[in-house]
Design a protein around this ligand. Structure first.
Ligand SMILES: NC(=O)c1ccc[n+]([C@@H]2O[C@H](COP(=O)([O-])OP(=O)(O)OC[C@H]3O[C@@H](n4cnc5c(N)ncnc54)[C@H](OP(=O)(O)O)[C@@H]3O)[C@@H](O)[C@H]2O)c1
Length: 326
């Protein structure tokens, strides 16, 4: 089954995820969807110092939004901030240092942000990684899972009360079409019992992001949740984590700006807001979350087990002293 899924996914990718496909799809984009001012609205973007996150930050800054860049490296973050201010003319661009794989710090960051900021209109969970060896964080968690799943879970969970207080709140999570080859597997969230394959661990995390988005959408109707695939874009992550794929595909990869297009559309447009909450997008359109005949759907029981495990792990890393409803 996994060979079938991988072959179908790769054929689909060659047809849909390349730059050529973006250029074709973009001919039917409605230009005025992005012709909006977001002055007075605030956006938090994780992993905003490079690639898709930086392009999304740049586009939103040009539309007048206040942008919180959440990054793990001070120099790279400050360089991105300076570039965004220089190119957009918008000075309301702020750097916050956070390594999303350090779950305890994610809690601390989100709680401090809530204390210091009266509103947050849009959270963009963009930071992601594909670590090809099994590494543990200081909390003892497998690094891909800690960054791509638990960090996203804790950050979003903590910020939901602030988002719910804010006008037209949205949460966008940058997943990957790679998730199509994986069925949710809550039995081994940290790859302790299965052979470690970084690409498949990443794809599993990206499936988990889709499931989390569906769960959040049902639980928090005041917020518009979406999850998306940017296509195959030429970024540092692809070049370093998947060098062979990068070499093979580099002439067909989208630019990071093209990869960011649907992120920006989901974050700012009225058209995106008009769609149902909890859906998966690609090139400004809702697309299926499963390949045909791939048997990747999950039962409600499996999803409940996954939710329970996330909550247990989140609570185990939560610093003491926060109010119960935080
Ligand atoms: N490019 C593609 O073809 C593609 C396809 C599907 C999905 N995606 C997704 O798109 C998102 C953005 O990736 P990208 O392609 O734009 O790659 P990128 O340019 O390498 O950007 C990734 C960003 O995530 C940050 N990051 C990684 N681990 C982090 C951590 N533990 N804490 C805080 N920040 C962290 C990186 O920071 P540093 O600069 O410090 O490393 C960087 O800013 C990811 O979620 C990725 O999975 C990309």
């Amino acid at each position: 089954m996994s060979l079938y899924r991988n072959i179908v996914w790769f054929i689909k990718g060659m047809q849909e995820y390349t730059r050529g496909r973006y250029e074709t799809a973009s001919k039917s984009f409605v230009t005025k969807d992005l012709d909006v001012s977001v002055v007075g609205r605030s956006f938090m973007i994780t992993g905003a110092n490079s690639g898709i996150g930086k392009e999304a930050a740049m586009a939103i800054a040009k539309k007048g939004g206040t942008v919180h860049l959440v990054c793990r490296n001070k120099e790279r973050a400050e360089a991105a901030r300076e570039e965004i201010i220089r190119e957009s003319g918008n000075t309301m661009i702020y750097v916050h240092l956070l390594d999303l794989s350090e779950t305890r710090k994610v809690w601390e960051f989100a709680e401090a942000f809530k204390r210091e900021h009266p509103t947050l209109n849009v959270l963009i969970n963009n930071a992601g990684c594909m670590v090809n060896q099994r590494e543990l964080t200081s909390d003892g968690l497998e690094k891909n899972f800690a960054t791509n799943t638990l960090g996203v879970y804790v950050l979003t969970k903590c910020l939901i009360p602030l988002l719910e207080k804010s006008r037209d709140p949205r949460v966008i999570t940058v997943s990957s079409g790679g998730m199509l080859v994986q069925q949710l597997n809550s039995a081994d969230l940290q790859t302790e019992r299965t052979a470690f394959d970084g690409t498949m661990v990443y794809a599993q995390n990206k499936r988990q992001q889709v499931v989390m988005t569906e769960v959040w959408a049902k639980a928090h109707p005041k917020i518009h949740f979406s999850v998306m695939h940017p296509g195959w874009a030429d970024t540092a992550a692809v070049a370093t984590a998947m060098p062979q794929f990068y070499q093979m595909m580099r002439d067909r990869l989208r630019t990071a700006e093209q990869g960011a297009d649907t992120v920006v559309w989901l974050a700012v447009s009225s058209a995106a807001k008009a769609t149902a909450s909890g859906l998966f997008f690609q090139d400004r359109r809702v697309v299926p979350t499963h390949l045909p005949l791939a048997w990747t759907s999950s039962s409600q029981e499996e999803i409940q087990v996954f939710r329970g495990q996330l909550e247990t792990l989140a609570m185990a890393t939560r610093p003491t002293g926060y109010p119960a409803n935080a």
